[in-house]
Design a binder for this molecule. Structure first.
Ligand code: MN
Length: 226
C-alpha cells in the first residue's frame, strides 16, 4: 500500500442535485471568447476562435459558501457560465458522440482578476494568476442530464441589478463541439468540469456584493463577496 510523505490533498467535490452523492472534481477546463458579443466587449473580433485555459480543481466554491475577495486585484469580474460535468472520458471524441460523456450540467462563475488579465495580455504572459486563483470557480449543484444540451437563458445579477442576460444557444462552439475539441487537446476523464464561456455584460464586483446567476433548466447559484 502506498505510504504518502504527507496527507494527500482532499478531492474537491460538487453536490449532485437531489442525491446523497457528490461529484469529485479532477480538473477544470474553461473556454474563452465563446459568445460573439462578449468577444467584442473584450476587444476581439470574428477572426478569433474560442480557446481553452484552466483553473485548478480546488478553485471550486461549493453552493452556499461566500467568496473571499482575492488578493492583488482592484478589478474582480463576474462571468456567468454553463458548466459541463463529464461522467466519462475519452480522446479524439467525435462531435456526434460527445454528449454521451456528459453526466450533467451546473451553473458557475469564472471569476476573473480583469486587471491582471489585461496586463498578461499586454505582455503575452499566461493567464493563471488572472483566472486560476483561490475560490475563482463558484458552482451550483450538478443537475444530471441526458439528451440535447441546455439552450436557454443564461443570466447574472449583482445586488439584484441585471448584468448579464443572454441565451446559451448563442455560443460559438456548442457543448458537443467543446467536448470534441477539448478531447483532441487532452485525454478527458470522469471528474473533468468544462466552463463553456460567458456572454456579454461582464463587470466588476466588490466586497459586500451579492452575486447571483442562473441557467434556464439547469439551476441557480448565488454568493456574497466578503
Ligand atoms: Mn470565462
Amino acid at each position: 500500500m502506498t505510504q504518502y510523505v504527507l496527507a494527500p490533498p482532499p478531492v474537491p467535490i460538487v453536490p449532485v442535485l437531489g442525491e446523497d452523492v457528490v461529484y469529485p472534481v479532477r480538473r477544470i477546463l474553461c473556454v474563452g471568447r465563446n459568445y460573439a458579443a462578449h468577444r467584442a466587449e473584450m476587444g476581439g473580433d470574428d477572426r478569433d476562435p474560442p480557446f481553452f485555459f484552466a483553473k485548478p480543481a480546488d478553485a471550486i466554491v461549493t453552493p452556499g459558501r461566500d467568496v473571499a475577495f482575492p488578493s492583488m486585484t482592484a478589478d474582480l469580474h463576474h462571468e456567468i457560465e454553463l458548466v459541463v460535468a463529464l461522467g466519462q472520458g475519452g480522446a479524439d471524441v467525435p462531435i456526434d458522440q460527445a454528449l454521451s460523456l456528459v453526466l450533467g450540467y451546473a451553473v458557475g462563475f469564472d471569476l476573473t482578476r480583469r486587471d491582471l488579465q489585461a496586463a498578461a495580455k499586454d505582455k503575452g504572459h499566461p493567464w493563471d494568476a488572472s483566472k486560476g486563483f483561490d475560490q475563482s470557480a463558484p458552482i451550483s449543484a450538478i443537475r444530471r442530464w441526458t439528451g440535447p444540451a441546455p439552450q436557454g437563458r443564461i443570466s447574472a445579477t449583482v445586488n439584484s441589478q441585471p448584468r448579464q442576460d443572454a441565451v446559451v444557444s448563442d455560443m460559438i462552439w456548442n457543448v458537443a463541439e467543446i467536448i470534441a475539441q477539448a478531447s483532441r487537446l487532452w485525454t478527458l476523464a470522469p471528474g473533468d468540469l468544462i466552463f463553456t464561456g460567458t456572454p456579454e455584460g461582464v463587470g466588476p464586483i466588490a466586497r459586500g456584493d451579492h452575486v447571483a446567476g442562473a441557467v434556464e433548466g439547469v439551476g441557480e447559484l448565488s454568493f456574497k463577496v466578503i
